[in-house]
Design a protein around this ligand. Structure first.
Ligand code: ZN
Length: 438
């Protein structure tokens, strides 16, 4: 496919390695929906892309919600009577329920029990839990770990603060020829979880980096936001800008071995839906397309009826469908550079479709023009591709009546977008075809 030739398998592999490296760097940071961990994450991303970091004050009204208190945590542990840290936040930040209020107490295991969360179906893994909207505290640990804790008295400490502060998000606008925007959105609110949050963050960062070196048709807005409250906040504060979003993708779970899944926008047949489905169909590997549902990630907000933006969601294994989901097993072994590379290449291929999808007009529409005398057969590719290349020329000429876009032609002909695009570009260099400015 022309797209992969342009991005190059080598550069995709390189991007996969870079994405993995970035994930490894961000993995130890304790993120949540607010707090210092999010700022630290965004500051690290700013070493790669010129991100703007925004702060929105606690209490700010955002549609039916308000920006919550800011949560910060310095340390947490459960100590045995002998002073040993038997559960230690410093070893694994999933051990503390996110948004836990501070606690400093001595209690028996029985008294502690209601505050301990395990995942008995995966007894070796530490679950990840949150308590954003109810002020409580808790520890998560593996079921095996809990089973091994002896009865007795324990010292419990969560050194956290939950106080007025702000919600932090990152925003990058890459200006293109038009003010119409393509939105790339990912959530940054999970602590040490690789596939769920860090893979989306890493791919969005590398995508922004790659697009930053290109002449762009669209403007690209890349958002790094806490899930749900972040997209609600951005939409509430940028309501007029949201109308500029013509295409969008929510990125997450892009580093696992599962096949790619695309969840369509609420519109269902938006150009982004068609572009992603086209890329997956011609990728040569297995994939699945899911219809829209009002559940999942931030597409829920972008596709709420008051906005109804054409925003779909690209993942490998979707939300909650892998056993490692929201556990300590969503780690640096679970995500792998080759899957990140594949996800990155697919994102770039989608961008290539959006950037190059255009309408052309056949200037000699009465019967077929003679291609041979214009050296069109000679200009195209290696011999083995000739039949498809010729077919692409004929399809482009036939459907370029001003009403069909290159993506329409690609879909109808069954040929890859890159092939149709190359044919249109070759024809446009002659007197046969002219591009209609969009
Ligand atoms: Zn999650």
């Amino acid at each position: 496919m022309v797209t992969s030739a342009r991005t190059g398998a080598g550069s995709a592999a390189e991007a996969g390695a870079q994405a993995y490296q970035l994930i490894a760097e961000l993995y130890p940071i304790c993120r949540s929906i607010t707090g210092e961990g999010n700022r630290e994450t965004l500051r690290k991303l700013r070493e790669h892309i010129p991100l703007q970091i925004h702060e929105v004050a606690t209490g700010t009204q955002v549609f039916d919600w308000e920006v919550p208190k800011e949560w910060n945590i310095r340390d947490a542990y459960i100590k045995s009577a002998s002073g040993e840290r038997v559960v230690d936040f410093r070893k694994c930040n999933l051990h503390v329920v996110s948004y836990s209020v501070p606690v400093k107490a001595r209690m028996t295991l029985e008294q502690l029990q209601p505050h301990l969360i395990t995942e008995p179906s995966y007894p070796a893994w530490v679950p990840y839990r949150t308590s954003y909207y109810k002020e409580t505290w808790g520890f998560c640990l593996s079921h095996n770990h809990l089973a091994a804790l002896p009865e007795g008295e324990y010292e419990v400490c969560i050194d956290s603060t939950l106080a007025a502060g702000s919600l932090t998000y990152g925003d990058l606008l890459l200006p293109g020829k038009t003010a119409d925007e393509v939105l790339i959105s990912c959530h940054i609110c999970h602590p040490s979880l690789c596939n769920d949050n860090l893979s989306g963050i890493a791919i969005a960062t590398l995508l922004a980096k790659a697009l930053g070196t290109r002449e762009l048709r669209y403007s690209y807005r890349v958002l790094f936001i806490p899930g749900t409250i972040g997209s609600i906040t951005w939409l509430a504060l940028n309501e007029s800008r949201a109308a500029r979003i013509k295409h969008g993708l929510v990125l997450n779970n892009l580093g696992d071995p599962g096949k790619p899944h695309y969840k369509k926008s609420r519109c269902g047949d938006a150009e982004i839906d068609r572009a992603v489905v086209h890329v997956l169909k011609h990728s040569g590997s297995d994939y699945e397309v899911l219809e829209f549902s009002p559940y999942g990630y931030d597409e829920r907000q972008y596709c709420s009826p008051g906005f109804n933006l054409p925003v779909g969601s690209l993942t490998r294994t979707p939300h909650a469908r892998f056993p490692q989901y929201h556990t300590s097993a969503d780690n640096l072994d679970f995500v792998q550079p080759q899957y990140l590379a594949d996800s990155f290449a697919k994102c770039l291929a989608v961008v290539d479709v959006l950037e190059n999808n255009a309408r052309y007009l056949n200037c000699k529409p009465k019967c077929e023009p003679r291609l041979g005398k214009r050296n069109l057969y000679g200009t195209v590719g290696g011999l083995r591709d000739v039949p498809d290349q010729q077919l692409a020329l004929l399809w482009v000429l036939n459907l370029s009546d001003g009403n069909h876009s290159l993506l329409d032609i690609a879909e109808r002909s069954g040929l890859a977008f890159g092939l149709i695009q190359s044919a249109a570009e070759a024809l446009a260099r002659t007197d046969l075809l002219t591009k209609l400015e969009v």
